[in-house]
Each structure stands twice: as C-alpha cells, then as structure tokens.
Design a protein around this ligand. Structure first.
Ligand code: SF4
Length: 470
C-alpha cells in the first residue's frame, strides 16, 4: 500500500475532484437508499427483527469461546478441519499450506472480506497458485488491480463503459461489442465458468458459522459461492471468529435483516449451508472441507469498550447512508473496511497511529446508527475513538488548539455569546464587502466553497429574545 493511501483527507479530496466517480457514486447512493427503504418497509416488524438479530449476536459474543469450541467439535465430527489463525499472515500460510498439500495450481474465490483483510490473493500468487475472484464485482476490481470500494458492491465506483474497457483489455475473445450490461455480464460469466471447471481449490467466506451443526452459511446473489464450494475437490472457508452463532434458527434471525438492509430483498437469491466434505463417492461436494478462523485483534476488541462493532454483519447499510462515504467513495479510506463501520474497525485492527484519521470522517448526523440492523452505536464508538486519539496526543496541533479554545469558550455562556455575536457581525461585514470569505477544502485539488453568511439577528440578542417571546 502506498503511504498516502492511509491519509483520508488526501483520498477524499482526490475523490471529490473526480467527476466520473462523483457521477457514479451519486447515482448509486440514491439507488441503494431507495432499495433499503423498500426492504425495511416491506417488513411490518423490522424493529423487532433488528432487536432479535442483535440480541443473538450480543449473547454469542458473551459466550464466544463456548460456541467456537462447539463449532469446532461439530466440524471435526462431520469430517472437516478447523484452524485458528491469530494474524493475517497465519491465515495466509494455513491456506497456502492446504493448497500445497493437494498440489493445487488453480483456485477460485467467492467474496470474502476476511481474505481482503489478510491479502490472501497476494499470498497465493506468491506461492505460484493462480487465483480468480468469481463474484462479478470482485472480479472487476481484481482485473483493475484495485481494492473493493464497498462491502457488497466492490466495483460500484465503476460504470459500464469502464467495465467494458477492462474486459476488452483482459479477455482475449476477438472483436465484439460490449455496449450493454447483459453482454458484459454474459462475457464475465463465460470466462468465469471455465475457471470454476479447472479449479483445484474453492475458497469462500461465511455469513454465519452454526455451532450446533458445524455448518457454514453463505449468502450470494450470483451463485458463485455454491460453485466455488461444490465443484473443486477442496473447499476452504475463511472467516472471522465473530461469525459464529449458536443455532440454525439464530442464523435465520440474521438472514431476516441482512438482505433487507443491503438490496431490499426479503432474502438473497442463494442461501446455502455447507456441512463437512462429501460422505460417499456418489455424494456431491468437496473431498476436503477446511475452516480457517481469523482473530486479528478481534479478541482484544471483544475484551474492550468497542465490543459492539463485532456484531457487524457487513451489510453496508451504514456506508450507503453516510453523507461522507457518499462523496468520497470507499477508496478514500485506504483500507478494506470502509464507511462508518470501517472507521471504527480499521483503527482498532491497524492501530490509532496508522488509521487515526478515519474516526474524523464523520459529519455527526447519526444516520448510520438509525439504519444499522444490528443496532451498533456507531456514532458513539466513533466519538470514543476520537477521544482516545485526543488522549494519545495524535492529530494536527492547530486543530487541537482550535477545539480546545472552542471547548473553553462553549463552557462559558457569556463569553460564547459575545464571541459568536462578534463572529456573526464580522461575517456579515465581509459579505457586504467585495471579498466573500472562502474556505479552501483542499488546496491541492482547488476545491473551495464560500462560508455561509449568518442571517438575521443572533439567537441570543435582545431582538432574538423578543421574537421567541412572540
Ligand atoms: S455496522 Fe451495521 S450497518 Fe454497518 S455494515 Fe455493520 S451491520 Fe451493516
């Protein structure tokens, strides 16, 4: 990763100067919010479903060690294997080793945020294993050598013309026309089918791990996860430890809010449950079934004041409703997890000094908490992270001095009224003059805006008081 990729301000201002990205994002945010409203509105008791799903996760997190042990025991009983990876590097080495043992040369992968978190593709390629993403959005960003810019729509920053250009460049299929979405999707599907058939290993993520049966629940809208897990001889599941739930019906509680919060569907097109490898020669499915569970600081988060973020089911609703994400897109965050949930999770996983600018990527409208199906208090967690950053002495000094002066003034009503009144008078005078005050959002990209001018009398002036009395 380039150094400045972690600098949110730099990434955000570059994104705001990119007219094509702004057009793509504006259109998609509107569509995603409309779908969300329709999905939530279609369930008369959505608030009850939210409470039920978050209670399942709250309970599981309180007894996580017990449910993980139960899950492991059941997977082994069914003929599978379970591995615990403390770090990203551990997970990558375990997966590479499984592939090596089978002499695997080709792997296909379903969508998995954990594999993005660990950089699994790079580790597999380094080990000489060809790996192809099979979720269409992930496949597009893999061809473009980019990160996903969204949890469930990895390529939402691209329009159809940009995708058609990528396919023309990377698929050696001769002269053809890719001027509409069905032709682009048909070509992607044709290329990916061949990869599925040739693959030695299939790698997928998991939406839930069911402790009582040792099963893995996977949700997709494209069916690629089912092909990854049933066609190759080896199926490897990579997942965070927090994905475990006690029973199948508890996974059902999560499913009821998951698709509604993403695409507005009552259920995704494909909901599959995998339990162990095939049992006999006539059975379908893989010969080997492996589950690799990643910690990567999750145990520390579980033990601390940010535990609530482990209830996240990666539905993307918070980012789809976030005004900041709506103009910056995902790449500005410089990390795998983006939007409000990423602004909480990334500093906890990567460190405050490395990603401490992300909790500032918040306009404080609290919409993320209102739409989160798992009732995660995201604004509160972001505020706590900003406090932690302040206490650690991280951040720009002028900003800290400014905030400190504001805090001292705001705690003294008389001083605050005098200062805000003087500021309003000054702004009005500047407005009446030739030069309007200009606020530079980013000098490098030339983004500027005019400061708003206060209208009418200050709220606490004698006239303002008279108005309120009337
Ligand atoms: S924090 Fe909530 S809204 Fe955001 S992705 Fe996670 S579950 Fe969805």
């Amino acid at each position: 990763m380039e150094k400045n990729e972690k600098d949110f301000l730099h990434g955000a201002s570059a994104a705001m100067a990119d007219k094509q990205l702004q057009a793509n994002l504006g259109r998609l945010m509107m569509i995603l919010r409309t779908m969300h409203s329709a999905g939530v509105g279609s369930a008369a008791n959505f608030e009850d479903l939210r409470r039920c799903a978050s209670e399942v996760k709250r309970h599981t997190l309180e007894h996580l060690d017990f449910y993980l042990e139960t899950f492991e025991k059941k997977v082994i009983e069914k003929g599978g294997k379970v591995y615990y990876a403390e770090t990203c590097e551990d997970l990558n080495s375990i997966v590479v080793e499984i592939c090596r043992r089978r002499g695997a040369r080709i792997a296909v992968k379903g969508k998995s945020m954990v594999s993005e978190e660990t950089g699994l593709n790079r580790a597999l390629e380094k080990a000489g294993i060809e790996v192809t993403e099979t979720d269409m959005g992930e496949y597009i960003v893999q061809l473009a050598h980019e990160r996903p810019s969204h949890l469930v729509g990895p390529a939402i920053h691209k329009n159809k013309e940009q995708i058609a250009d990528l396919f023309m460049k990377h698929h050696d299929l001769g002269p053809r026309s890719l001027d509409n979405i069905p032709s682009i999707v048909a070509e992607g599907r044709k290329v990916l089918r061949e990869k599925f058939i040739k693959a030695d290993v299939g790698i997928t993520g998991a939406n839930a791990l069911i402790a009582e049966t040792g099963s893995v629940l996977l949700v997709t809208n494209e069916g690629n996860g089912d092909l990854c897990s049933t066609l190759p001889k080896v199926h490897i599941v990579v997942s965070g430890i927090e994905k475990v739930v006690p029973r199948l019906e508890d996974a059902g509680a999560i499913l009821r809010v998951l698709a509604r919060s993403i695409t507005g569907q009552a259920m995704s097109c494909y909901t599959s449950i995998f339990t162990g490898p095939r049992e006999g020669p006539e059975d379908a499915g893989p010969e080997e079934f492996h589950v690799v569970l990643l910690d990567n600081h999750r145990s520390e988060i579980l033990a601390g004041e940010f535990r609530d973020i482990l209830r996240c089911i990666r539905c993307s609703s918070c980012m789809n409703h976030c005004p900041v994400f709506g103009v910056t897109g995902g790449h500005a965050y410089g990390s795998v997890y983006v939007g409000p949930m990423g602004s909480v999770l990334t500093p906890l996983m990567e460190g405050m000094r490395e990603a401490g600018d992300l909790p500032d990527a918040c306009c404080g409208d609290d919409r993320c908490a209102e739409v989160c199906p798992m009732m995660i208090p995201l604004p509160d967690l972001l505020r706590r992270l900003r406090t932690r950053k302040w206490n650690m002495g991280i951040g720009s000094r002028p900003l800290k001095w400014g905030l400190s002066a504001y805090m001292k003034t705001a705690l003294r009503p008389r001083l605050f009224h005098a200062a805000s009144g003087a500021a309003a008078v000054l702004a009005s005078m500047l407005q009446g003059g030739k030069k309007r005050p200009v606020f530079s959002l980013n000098r490098m990209h030339g983004i500027k805006t005019h400061l708003p001018t206060p209208q009418g009398k200050p709220f606490f002036s004698p006239l303002g008081r008279k108005r309120r009395e009337l």
